[in-house]
Design a protein around this ligand. Structure first.
Ligand code: PMP
Ligand code: GLU
Length: 404
């Protein structure tokens, strides 16, 4: 078939593929432990459900303004002021179908064919694909293996005359690393000086552990909302565990939002009013749920680290946020896809190959399930890999014998 070469070159999201696979294996009764997931197991906040219900009950569910309802954009403005110390106008805000579509529309708005977008590794799997989809060239920059944080001089040395943007995600999917404030500040100041866009994907900015807070990229700029080159992306997906509601946003100078609005109006028209009402409900409602989720995730992170420490030779950088970590399994298997398939087949544990995130030899393990699942999943991995572990274990009520 004579199809678009660019479109045909775009890979399926491996995280979503593995999510679907885990669900279908579970539905067929396989004793799956899902350490591949990218969504917390909480229920949506009551305030979100009540707001969506009230909207739905009006029966008046129609097209909405392309950039999002005024009331949700105002709520995002309030969120930005409360969390980033920045007063922004509604014209600085656009609502889209999750952080994913927001990012895509933003890259489409910024990038000309051949423009480079710098993406520090390890990176979220969809960034390079999205950059390529809009005709850009993703330029990855390796991070220190001991921290998963890029060095400022290496990051900035990757800048060329074609660099349009630097895309950072901290706290980071897949490593859980949080970039130090000094690094974020240096990159912000560099971008402001050079007129390069700094895209901060802040989708995990509230899911931070050990009483810390994530550095605020907007806090390091002296420029106002119109002349800054710092653009913040966020969503209700992770902070409130509302992945299925598909609501995210960008905060950017007005001309950028105006173009993103045109793109959205020409493609998806607008977001669902029901889902925007839910997002507004979450933003305006009680925030205890976020604190509870952080403490649950921090506890799970500790369980994960303790369980991983039981596997000889596996090193992991302690995550400071998110619900992921990126342990190094290269002592056992350097090919992370082969290891992921092996673990799925032998012990029904879903993981994501580090290769997908620019971190071959590692696996992304998520701890957004229950602490029991985390402990059991890692124990099964240990059993599968470690010849000194007992020859038999119980998996899903059956005795499994290691014969490899
Ligand atoms: N950015 C990062 C770093 C993510 O991990 C994800 C999803 N896990 C997204 C963006 C997309 O989020 P959403 O579900 O809001 O589209
Ligand atoms: N982003 C989440 C993850 O990394 C969910 C899947 C996706 O959006 O690709 O697992």
């Amino acid at each position: 078939m004579n199809l678009s070469l660019l479109a045909s070159s775009i890979a399926e999201s491996p995280t979503l593929r593995l999510n679907a696979l885990a669900k279908s294996m579970l539905a067929q009764g396989a004793p799956v432990i899902h350490l591949g997931g990218g969504e917390p197991k909480n229920k949506a906040p009551q305030s979100a459900i009540a707001a969506a219900e009230a909207y739905l009950n009006t029966g008046d569910v129609k097209y909405t303004p392309s950039a999002g309802t005024l009331s949700l954009r105002k709520a995002v403005g309030d969120y930005t002021e409360a969390n980033y110390g920045r007063k922004v106008a509604v014209e600085n805000i656009i609502i889209s179908a999750g952080a994913k579509q927001t990012l895509y529309n933003l890259l489409f708005t910024l990038v000309n064919p051949g423009d480079e977008v710098i993406v520090p590794a390890p990176y979220w799997v969809s960034y390079p694909e999205m950059v390529r989809m809009v005709g850009g060239v993703p330029v990855t920059v390796a991070s220190g293996e001991e921290t998963h944080v890029p060095r400022a001089e290496e990051l900035l040395a990757a800048v060329t005359a074609r660099t349009k943007a630097i895309l950072i995600n901290s706290p980071n999917n897949p490593s859980g690393a949080m970039y130090p404030a000094e690094l974020v500040e240096e990159v912000v100041r560099f971008c402001e000086r050079k007129g390069i866009w700094l895209i901060a994907d802040d989708i995990y900015h509230k899911l931070v552990f050990d009483g810390k807070t994530a550095p605020n990229p907007l806090g390091f700029t002296d420029k106002d909302s119109e002349s800054t080159h710092v653009i913040v992306i966020n969503a209700v997906s992770k902070i409130y565990g509302m992945t299925g509601f598909r609501i995210g946003w960008a905060v950017a100078p007005k001309p950028i939002i105006a173009i993103m609005n045109n793109i959205q109006s020409a493609t998806t028209s607008c977001n669902s009013g029901v889902l925007m009402a839910a997002a507004e409900g979450a933003l305006k409602g009680p925030q205890e749920g976020v604190r509870e989720m952080v403490s649950m995730l921090e506890n799970n992170r500790n369980t994960m680290l303790k369980a991983l420490a039981e596997i000889p030779g596996v090193h992991v950088v302690k995550p400071q946020g998110t619900f992921y970590c990126l342990p190094d399994f290269s002592l056992y298997q350097k090919d992370s896809l082969a290891l992921c398939n092996f673990l799925l087949e032998k012990v029904f544990v879903v993981t994501v190959p580090g290769k997908e995130f620019g971190a071959e030899g590692r696996l992304r393990l998520s701890y957004c399930g229950s602490a029991e699942e985390v402990a059991e999943g890692v124990a099964r991995i240990r059993w599968a890999l470690d010849p000194s572990a007992p020859k038999e274990i119980r998996i899903g009520g059956k005795t499994a014998v290691r014969d490899w």
